[in-house]
Design a protein around this ligand. Structure first.
Ligand SMILES: *[C@@H]1O[C@H](CO)[C@@H](O)[C@H](O)[C@H]1NC(C)=O
Ligand SMILES: *[C@@H]1O[C@H](CO)[C@@H](O)[C@H](O)[C@H]1NC(C)=O
Ligand SMILES: *[C@@H]1O[C@H](CO)[C@@H](O)[C@H](O)[C@H]1NC(C)=O
Ligand SMILES: *[C@@H]1O[C@H](CO)[C@@H](O)[C@H](O)[C@H]1NC(C)=O
Ligand SMILES: *[C@@H]1O[C@H](CO)[C@@H](O)[C@H](O)[C@H]1NC(C)=O
Ligand SMILES: *[C@@H]1O[C@H](CO)[C@@H](O)[C@H](O)[C@H]1NC(C)=O
Ligand SMILES: *[C@@H]1O[C@H](CO)[C@@H](O)[C@H](O)[C@H]1NC(C)=O
Ligand SMILES: *[C@@H]1O[C@H](CO)[C@@H](O)[C@H](O)[C@H]1NC(C)=O
Ligand SMILES: *[C@@H]1O[C@H](CO)[C@@H](O)[C@H](O)[C@H]1NC(C)=O
Length: 422
């Protein structure tokens, strides 16, 4: 029903009359206008544009958002799964607030899905790069009152202010999905998402296979995150009963910085170099061997500075003397029964192992953590869960220590490993 009505409006207005969009508008409403191929919405300070393009040599047309000065880098694509094959598509907003891409032959080829009906809907491209639909009764609409926003449907790029994580109330996860290939914006297999299993941490996946991980969130940042972040942007983690998400704010707003996943299986933090007119990767993972998930076997630590780079944790030795570059696993140097006395030794500056078979108690201190871990022979290591202040909370690992890495940027944290007392 709605499809038909919109289609009729479309045919009569777009093809019989020629309605010109007033130049450089940032809004459309049902009565006033369409965005046709070649026309654009421009955000109020001209930071972002929305329009139709064939990004990165793709064959078809897509509705996308890009920085005005970087039209080749489309940071959001609306119709990822519904390319515009016939020319002359247009974007409009229906009377009940749905954004619709129309095409003469096929009618609606893509539509947003508003949560509730608007009385007087308008679509607006904000200076954050967020395309929103709001009711024009509340002119200074706060974020909560948007009927729809593109930030809720990330493509392959995280802009400052976007959220990566979980809306726990509605059971919705928001994550980045790579393009299928360099020329095809349809969703590929590479995703970057927030794992919230024990503590929040970022994971890069190929389908269900983990390719790389950050360390767990330690109260300030994701464990062992490179220090570039500290002067470029402020990492934010919101964790309450309604939502858990990662986001970032740019310190220096004119600087253009994005986080993006690509089909070749890397996640990159890119900044725009205005002078040379190109993107520079300030971080790209996994590229170094220790960034590949589980590069070393269990109970060994991956070190950037050592050869071989996989080294058994203190108190352990390689199972076999051969194949030092990738030890399968390590065994306790002395196979003494744990009952005859164990202690813990500290290894400093570590990206903590993956949070498998882990227990967390946020109210324990390090002393209590040690006592608790010592009680149980299967407890292999412990560490603080937060580094804030003098450290707090208790993480205990019962089982293999997978993907333990010496921090590259000297921003890891101490971990305590069980060894025989002798
Ligand atoms: C729109 O949202 C409703 C409820 O959230 C859902 O049932 C429906 O399948 C969605 N439609 C489309 C086209 O995504
Ligand atoms: C929003 O409402 C105001 C007041 O009624 C009107 O002047 C303005 O044109 C409307 N904006 C849009 C985009 O429809
Ligand atoms: C994604 O994974 C599936 C299943 O493993 C595979 O068939 C498909 O070719 C992959 N797609 C890409 C673009 O790599
Ligand atoms: C951030 O700090 C690093 C090292 O301290 C420096 O090389 C880099 O230029 C700084 N970046 C910005 C955007 O200030
Ligand atoms: C992802 O996995 C598929 C097999 O499922 C493989 O063909 C492809 O090369 C992998 N891609 C990356 C980037 O690891
Ligand atoms: C180590 O073992 C792996 C897997 O078994 C093998 O692919 C690799 O070639 C070996 N490296 C050396 C130096 O022996
Ligand atoms: C966490 O540790 C505190 C202090 O030792 C203890 O009282 C509490 O029962 C522990 N909580 C859990 C879930 O084990
Ligand atoms: C040791 O910890 C494991 C894993 O949490 C648990 O299954 C086991 O019951 C514990 N053993 C003792 C003696 O507490
Ligand atoms: C977790 O513990 C269970 C039971 O002790 C064990 O079977 C499993 O292999 C452990 N997983 C890891 C990753 O250590």
């Amino acid at each position: 029903m709605e499809k038909l009505t919109v289609f009729n409006i479309f045919s009569s207005f777009v093809f019989l009359f020629s309605i010109q969009l007033s130049q450089a508008a940032d809004t459309i409403n049902p009565a006033s206008s369409f965005i046709r191929d070649g026309e654009k919405l421009v955000s109020s300070s001209e930071r972002f544009e929305l329009g139709f393009s064939s990004p990165r040599k793709s064959r078809y047309r897509y509705l996308g958002i890009w920085y005005k000065q970087i039209p080749d880098t489309v940071v959001w694509v609306a119709n990822r799964n519904s390319p515009i094959i016939e020319p002359n598509a247009a974007l409009t907003i229906s009377n009940n607030g749905n954004l619709v891409i129309l095409n003469r032959k096929n009618g609606a080829i893509w539509s947003s899905n508003t949560s509730r009906k608007a009385e007087n809907p308008v679509a607006q491209l904000l200076d954050t790069g967020n395309l929103i639909v709001r009711d024009n009764f509340s002119r200074s609409a706060s974020e909560g009152s948007y009927l729809w926003q593109s930030f809720d449907y990330p493509s392959d790029t995280l802009l400052a202010g976007m959220q990566l994580g979980w809306d726990l109330k509605n059971g919705v996860e928001r994550y980045l999905t790579s393009w299928r290939s360099a020329n095809d914006p349809s969703p590929g297999n590479i995703t970057n998402r927030l794992d919230i299993h024990v503590l929040p941490e970022l994971g890069l996946y190929n389908g269900s296979k983990k390719l790389s991980r950050s360390g767990p969130w330690n109260g300030f940042f994701f464990g062992a995150a490179p220090s570039y972040a500290s002067n470029l942007s402020e990492p934010i983690l919101v964790d309450n009963e309604d939502e858990i998400y990662y986001s970032y704010e740019s310190y220096n707003n004119p600087i253009i910085a994005i986080l993006t996943v690509n089909p070749s299986g890397t996640v990159q933090r890119l900044i725009w170099h205005e002078r040379s007119n190109r993107w520079a990767a300030v971080h790209s993972a996994p590229t170094l061997f220790c960034q590949f998930y589980g590069h070393c076997g269990a109970i060994s630590v991956c070190s950037y500075e050592k050869t071989p780079n996989c080294e058994c944790l203190k108190g352990f030795k390689p199972k076999s003397q051969h194949n030092q570059t990738r030890p399968g696993s390590c065994v306790r140097s002395e196979s003494a029964d744990c009952k005859s006395g164990d202690r813990f030794i500290m290894v400093d500056d570590i990206k903590l192992p993956d949070l498998l078979n882990v227990s967390l108690n946020k109210s324990m201190n390090l002393k209590e953590c040690e006592a608790e871990c010592l009680k149980n022979c299967t407890c292999r290591a412990y560490a603080n869960s937060e580094v804030t202040g003098r450290g707090s909370g208790c993480l205990m690992w019962y089982g293999d220590l997978i993907d333990t890495t010496k921090a590259k940027f000297h921003n890891g944290q101490p971990m305590y490993i069980r060894v025989p007392a002798s």
